[in-house]
Write a protein that binds this ligand. Sequence first.
Ligand code: ADP
Ligand code: BMX
Length: 293
Amino acid sequence: MTRPLTLAIDLGGTKLLAALVDGANVVERIEAPTDRDAGPKAWLAQIADLSSRWVGRFDHAGMTVTGLVQGGFWSSLNPETLAIPGRFAWLEAVEGVLRVPVTLLNDAQAAAWGEFCYGAGRGKDIAFLTISTGVGGGIVFNGRLVQGRDGVAGHFGQALAMPDGPAERFEDGAAGRWMAAQGRALGVGPDAQAVFAAAAAGHAGAEQILQVSARRVARLCHNLQLMFAPEATVIGGGVGLAPGYLDRLIGNVENLQPSVRPNFVRAELGKDAGVIGVADLSRKNPSNREEIK
Ligand code: ADP
Ligand code: BMX
């Protein structure tokens, strides 16, 4: 009989990734768009459907979600990134459809752990940022994933500007959703990919959108450097991994003095950082009885 693997599922504001994971390797993967307006019951049905092909090959699972995870409950901090009705008993619901013990975690916290264990942040104190539908984050310091009180740690994308400035969350002015809206206003649509493609083809307005986003994210990371001084700032997510984005970030910090300059590195596990990270935690905690420490 072959050894059971880990099922890992990552539900973001744009895509749903289901994977069968063996250690640091994704053995099989399936991606589907997140049906943003469909709601939790439909997302559960989609998860059950995508996972059904692997029944018998896994005996535990990890699940990551965009949004705040507190115990087994899931809620939105920014409903624009993904609207989750109320405070949803997601762990119980997912265990109900998958019929195995599930470890549930915020998507960016899981990706930070994956990069710390197997990727660009191996053995280092890191801040991880996903520049994706929103801007998510995770912190691993002294070999531990920092979740903080009520699991909020790492929610860099929810940061607000000065109290007398606009009451806009950071991610609403920098992430993929913002890029898409800016692009559509210029007739470059419908999404961030289209903005990248137009910029590569020489469209000055599209290039400007990328530069504004990168300048803002670089400033956020400069501030994080001053607050936590991570050894590496690992960048992932659909936007963060897109060609040229990391170089634009680096270009924005090269004039800072070295002690306060973020050390930007690309997420080595790419889009699989979250599923690999949560798979690792679920293997260590398969009965799901202990809080993640
Ligand atoms: P999620 O937010 O669901 O975790 P992603 O990490 O793929 O998913 O991030 C989604 C965002 O990244 C969207 O705004 C999407 O347009 C953008 N994106 C995805 N792939 C690319 C790419 N190759 N180039 C540019 N932007 C991308
Ligand atoms: C938002 C927030 C974070 C999440 C981040 C990245 C919600 C629904 N999500 O800041 O919890 O980690 O987006 O999510 O409030 P993604 O879907 O862009 O990967």
